[in-house]
Design a protein around this ligand. Structure first.
Ligand SMILES: Cc1ncc(COP(=O)(O)O)c(C=O)c1O
Length: 460
């Protein structure tokens, strides 16, 4: 099972298989279905076969896995916020899996811990946080938000105030924030309404805070989204920061999707105020072309990074001064080498290449939005702040529930056809189609083709 010669032989086969897959997924005339048609029951049946007697050729199995998976690298996969990883990022993933260093303490991962610390430092600097900021990498934005909000809760505790703590959270905030707050025993939060562009409506924050307090809670923070998941709307961070300053509240920015925009001079302007946050979550696996999961949790005051966890594992943490014993700052114990894929990507391609990539994705979204706005039989929900576009097909004479049913049917049919993958969302009491543009291979022609495919999918 650990034969180096066998590893070499199989490795070559795997890399050949994946290189062929990438070429097929990126080809303009690709016949590869984005999501191979299979009901969940059939999919389960395919992979059932217990017990496992062994003897299967792994190369054949890999071929099968590639054939039946969701092809994220496909140029016409424009649905969820999942990055098509770069070649070096994916290969570094193989490297980190093979070396299998944990990054809880320095001795278990001397490269992983140092690189993580470097990535955290880099993220803090790019966000514009002070020099003494700090943080940690976590396995995903959900865990990242939980980590940041746990630190907030611990720091905002007041022994003289027995009221339950509450946080103001926008209506469009990702569900993992509500879940984190309820895990932390702070689930009694009123959702803050959004404006017509789905951004947190700052003028009502005062009222929302008052209402929470009348209900017996003590408001200790505000969670802003940059951007929110459904529409890509970026909350007015500067104004929210002002509100937090005025009321001594913790200002947390869930930048899982959009914090990467700070890398681009152009897109940075969409995030004024992010540098004022007490804590920020930033997912590299969404918008920095690395495989899942790599999330930065940044704290404006680096000392606060340790406030989420205070482990008493003396057998691990016997050196109180060692900054590279990352387990002091994370809920994970055995933790993958989270920063390496991003580090190698940055070192290989440079920050400017990632900034250009983000500019291109947001520009493509704007171009698509323009087309939708100018097309009679499609309606654009709102002008996109980011690379997420929501819209619906509005052929003449279809309204109300029938229009909602139509969007569901169109998505089902188009996805089942295999040529495209897009998602759906529910906003303003109606169904909308939703695209996230993350693949550099996706062209304007692909998006025009998507609209054609949707038109052709209208029943009747
Ligand atoms: C704004 C936002 N926050 C948090 C998350 C959760 O991140 P993860 O999927 O990495 O747990 C998402 C995921 O889509 C998101 O869009």
């Amino acid at each position: 099972m650990h034969d180096p010669a066998e590893f070499r032989r199989l490795g070559h086969e795997l890399v050949d298989l994946l290189a062929d897959h990438l070429a097929e997924a990126q080809a303009a005339d690709s016949d590869l279905p984005v999501l191979p048609a299979a009901a969940p029951r059939d999919a389960r049946a395919r992979w059932t076969g217990a017990p496992f007697p062994g003897g299967t050729n792994p190369s054949e199995l890999w071929r099968d896995i590639v054939a039946h998976t969701h092809h994220i690298q496909h140029r016409r996969s424009v649905g969820h916020q999942v990055a098509p990883p770069t070649g070096v990022a994916a290969l570094t993933d193989l490297l980190t899996s093979t070396l299998n260093n944990s990054s809880a303490i320095f001795e278990m991962g001397p490269v992983a811990t140092a690189v993580e610390s470097r990535i955290v430092e880099w993220m803090g600097a790019r966000l514009g946080l002070p020099d003494d900021c700090g943080g940690v990498l976590t396995s995903g934005g959900s865990l990242g938000n939980l980590t940041a909000l746990l630190a907030m809760r611990n720091l905002k505790r007041d022994a003289d105030d027995s009221r339950p703590m509450a946080v103001l959270v926008g209506m469009q905030t990702h569900y993992c924030v509500d879940r984190a707050l309820s895990i932390l025993g702070m689930g009694n939060t009123l959702p803050v309404p959004v404006d017509e562009r789905f951004r947190m409506h700052v003028p009502v924050l005062d009222v929302m805070k008052e209402r929470s307090e009348i209900a017996g809670a003590r408001v200790v923070g505000v969670v802003a989204s940059a951007c929110s998941t459904s529409t890509g709307a970026i909350d007015p961070l500067d104004e929210i920061a002002d509100f937090c300053d005025d009321h001594d509240l913790w200002f947390h920015v869930d930048g899982a999707h959009g914090a990467s925009f700070v890398l681009s001079d152009e897109l940075r302007r969409r995030l004024p105020g992010i540098e004022r946050a007490d804590s920020v979550v930033w997912d590299a696996h969404k918008t920095l072309l690395v495989p899942s999961l790599v999330t930065g949790v940044l704290f404006r005051d680096g000392r606060h990074a340790a406030a989420s966890v205070a482990p008493r594992a003396e057998y691990l943490f016997d050196n109180p001064d060692d900054d590279l014993d990352l387990g002091r700052r994370t809920l994970e114990c055995t933790k993958p080498s989270l920063g390496l894929e991003l580090y190698v990507t940055l070192a290989t391609h440079g920050e400017a290449a990632l900034a250009e990539y983000l500019d291109a994705m947001v520009a493509r979204a704007a171009q698509f939005a323009e087309r939708l706005r100018d097309t009679d039989d499609f309606e654009l929900l709102t002008w996109p702040d980011a690379n997420i576009v929501c819209f619906r097909h509005t052929p003449g004479g279809v309204q109300g529930e029938a229009l909602d049913d139509l969007q569901r049917t169109l998505r089902e049919r188009v996805v089942a056809g295999g040529r495209y993958y897009l998602t759906r969302t529910y906003l303003r009491n109606a169904q909308w189609l939703r695209c996230t543009l993350l693949n550099p291979a996706t062209t304007d022609a692909d998006l025009r083709g998507l609209l054609e495919a949707l038109r052709a999918a209208v029943p009747g």
